[in-house]
Design a protein around this ligand. Structure first.
Ligand SMILES: Cc1cc2nc3c(=O)[nH]c(=O)nc-3n(C[C@H](O)[C@H](O)[C@H](O)COP(=O)(O)OP(=O)(O)OC[C@H]3O[C@@H](n4cnc5c(N)ncnc54)[C@H](O)[C@@H]3O)c2cc1C
Length: 448
């Protein structure tokens, strides 16, 4: 198993130089950019994917690896149902073991209030004929063994899945290359060339690429990139901490969480762990600019976010990060090849404590790895997937709000069809870019 997550120290797998022309250029080599590129290439459309650091070195290799329908926003459900079909298809096509396993996802309830929340989702689950069901305390104890306490109950979806992000993403990138995608790592897109209200190309740190269509799938950097061109999206990022244990006896083959601890069985027999509770928001100019749009989500989950007055230098919303730059000067994107936040020591302590508290038989277990990640979020906790009306040929798919890995291939397929001018096959109204500017009320989906 490779070292995870990825970092700038990893060798470049997809070197340049970029081509001089490409019908489509994709900015960002996470799961959204890679799968969109793949589906475009399957239709023989020339596509170049630019990644400022390494493929999937940001969120797409740092995530927990949950692929879930359970607990989704109702408007995302049909897309994630398609995504799960695509996960199986891509796992088959790439011909590599990506750890794709159907072992279920379970949310644990500590209170009647938790159970009431699960019951609300059961109505959505029924509408889509999901195999989601509620469990009582005894059933929960049988599903996940060795727990030190009895839960009120749980909600579980046996058909939900897991995969190893650090195996899946390089495998999907290799498949994309075989299908004809030109991937260029270590190559930041600096600015767009726009003329007559249309995209004409992309200025990169390695020269100009003429292109009639550009997709911005830059994860936590999308807002900074787009704002340079007058396109405003109220995207912010929060810091989270993750840890991995050594291989352990199996307590549950799937992924589960309550508000204190989240755990997911990995292919190597270890568990990927994270703390429940809050994430950290670094305050910067964008945080202040967009604060009113985040009020509904903050009201829904007032203790979900902690604040720090400034981000480390070079972060997308750091006070010192330039908001404007010329195509021929170093951009903020190449200054920070990989967003690699330091894991929080206090969080690591609570992760270890809470896991051992729940599973006393693992009292002597040690964490073998820990890492941080910046989750890109939108005020209503659902992504933006749309064309940019004001700039012909410009598309955006970003703000996956902490659950873009599972749904990723579905979004990739949809965006590839939007780019080709085809119908997406889904109602994308909830994900439209204009919702933040047309007076619509912000309606938060399920919390991060
Ligand atoms: C700790 C953690 C746990 C998570 N757990 C889950 C989970 O269990 N299940 C789930 O479904 N989701 C999960 N998520 C969320 C999921 O990982 C993300 O939603 C998803 O990976 C986002 O994919 P993306 O392609 O939009 O962005 P990213 O993966 O962040 O990729 C964007 C890429 O764009 C590149 N880029 C940006 N700007 C430029 C530029 N100008 N030029 C060139 N390249 C650029 C960046 O370097 C980056 O590699 C988790 C996220 C984190 C951080």
């Amino acid at each position: 198993m490779p070292t995870f997550p990825f970092s700038e120290a990893d060798p470049i797998q997809h070197p340049g130089p970029p081509p001089k022309t490409s019908e489509v250029v994709i900015v960002g080599g996470g799961i959204i950019g890679v799968t969109t590129a793949l589906f475009l290439a399957k239709r023989n459309i020339p596509v170049t994917l630019l990644e400022k650091g390494r493929i999937a070195a940001e969120q797409s290799s740092r995530n927990w690896g949950w692929i879930r329908k359970q607990g989704r926003d109702a408007d995302e459900l049909p897309i994630v149902i398609e995504a799960i079909r695509l996960w199986r298809q891509l796992a088959e096509e790439c011909g590599e073991d990506i750890g794709l396993t159907q072992a279920g996802v379970t949310y644990l309830a500590n209170s009647d209030k938790d159970m009431a929340g699960f019951e609300a989702f059961m109505k959505i689950a029924a509408a889509y004929d999901l195999d989601t069901r509620l469990l009582d305390g005894d059933e929960t104890g049988k599903l996940i063994t060795g727990m030190s306490r009895k839960f009120k109950g749980a909600m579980t979806t046996p058909s939900d899945m897991r995969a190893e992000p650090w195996l899946a993403m390089p495998a999907f990138a290799r498949l994309a290359v075989r299908e004809g995608v030109k991937i260029v790592e270590n190559c930041a897109a600096r600015t767009l060339e726009i003329s007559g209200g249309r995209v004409k190309g992309v200025w990169t740190e390695a020269g100009y690429i003429e292109a009639s269509t550009v997709l911005v799938a830059g994860g936590a950097w999308s807002s900074l990139f787009l704002k340079r061109h007058g396109v405003s999206i109220p995207q912010l990022s929060v810091r989270v901490t993750v840890a991995a244990t050594e291989p352990l006896p199996e307590i549950y083959a799937g992924a589960a969480a309550d508000e204190h601890i989240a755990f997911r069985r990995r292919q190597d027999g270890g568990y990927t762990l994270a703390a429940g509770g809050s994430h950290l928001l670094y305050l910067g100019p964008d945080a202040f600019r967009h604060v009113t749009r985040y009020l509904p989500a903050l009201r829904d989950n007032p203790f979900g976010t902690r604040y720090f007055p400034f981000a480390p230098p070079g972060y997308p919303d750091a006070w010192s990060t330039p908001r404007a730059w010329a195509p021929d000067t170093r951009s903020p994107f190449e200054r920070m090849r990989v967003l690699d936040p330091v894991p929080e020591t206090a969080k690591l302590r609570s992760i270890e404590r809470n896991f051992k508290h729940l599973f006393p038989r693992f009292e002597t277990v040690r964490l073998k790895a820990a890492w941080g990640g910046m989750i890109d979020a939108m005020p209503d906790v659902v992504p933006v997937v749309d064309r940019v009306e004001a700039v012909g040929g410009l598309f955006v798919a970003t703000g996956m709000s902490g659950h873009g890995f599972g749904i990723g291939p579905g979004i990739g397929r949809i965006v590839s069809d939007l780019i080709q001018g085809n119908r997406s096959g889904h109602d994308l109204g909830r994900f439209r870019l204009s919702r933040f500017h047309d007076g619509s009320a912000i309606r938060p989906g399920p919390a991060l």
